[in-house]
Write a protein that binds this ligand. Structure first.
Ligand SMILES: [Cu+2]
Length: 187
C-alpha cells in the first residue's frame, strides 16, 4: 500500500511539472519522492540532503594553506560552504548529499596535498538517563577499532566521535551504539 502511494505521489509531482506548474508542497518528504522524477528543480528546494562533514586535516596550519583547502572544497559541485580553522585544524564542509558524496570531499582534501587525521561526528543518542549510561556508550566508542576518541553526554543526549574514515565508518559506529541498547536517532 505504501509503495502504491509513493508511486502515485511521484507520478502526481511529475505530472504537475509537465503541466508547467510548480509543485505545491515544498516539504522534504514530498521532495525526496519528487527527486527521482523531476530532477534538479525539485532538488534545489529540498533541504533533506543537506549535510555537513567535519574533518581534522593535517597540514592546514596557516591562513594560506587553509585558504587553499577551502578553495579545493568549494570548487566541488554541491558544496555550499567550507570553513577551516588553523588552530583546531578542523575543517567543516556543508554540502548537498544528492550532488556530492563524502568520499569525493575527502578525496579533494588529499588531492590538495593534505592528510585526513580524523573525521568527527555528533550523533543524537536516545535513552541515556544518567552518567552511567553515557559512560557505557563512551566506553564502547573508545574500544572500537578506528576510533580516535569518543564520548557521550546524557544531558545533551549526544555522542561525539572522532574516527579514522579509512578504518571505520559512521555506520559501524552507529551499529556499535545500538548494540549497547541505546538508539541513535535518525539524522
Ligand atoms: Cu543511566
Amino acid at each position: 500500500m505504501k509503495n502504491i502511494l509513493a508511486f502515485l505521489s511521484v507520478y502526481a509531482v511529475a505530472a504537475t511539472l509537465q503541466g508547467g506548474l510548480v509543485a505545491e508542497s515544498s516539504d522534504c518528504s514530498s521532495c525526496e519522492k519528487g527527486k527521482t522524477a523531476v530532477g534538479a528543480e525539485a532538488k534545489s528546494e529540498c533541504t533533506a540532503s543537506k549535510k555537513t562533514l567535519t574533518l581534522k586535516v593535517g597540514g592546514a596550519v596557516c591562513e594560506a594553506s587553509c585558504g587553499k583547502l577551502v578553495t579545493a572544497l568549494t570548487r566541488l559541485q554541491g558544496v555550499s560552504k567550507a570553513e577551516s580553522c588553523t588552530k583546531s585544524q578542523m575543517t567543516k564542509v556543508s554540502y548537498d548529499a544528492s550532488k556530492v558524496c563524502e568520499t569525493s570531499l575527502r578525496k579533494a582534501v588529499t588531492e590538495a596535498g593534505y592528510t585526513i587525521e580524523g573525521q568527527q561526528v555528533s550523533l543524537p543518542v536516545e535513552g541515556m538517563e544518567c552518567g552511567g549510561c553515557s559512560s557505557k556508550v563512551g566506553k564502547v566508542l573508545t574500544s572500537l577499532d578506528g576510533v580516535i576518541n569518543g564520548s557521550a553526554c546524557h544531558q545533551s543526549k549526544k555522542a561525539t566521535v572522532m574516527f579514522h574514515p579509512d578504518k571505520t565508518s559512521q555506520e559501524k559506529i552507529i551499529a556499535a551504539i545500538q548494540a549497547t541498547g541505546f538508539k541513535v536517532a535518525a539524522q
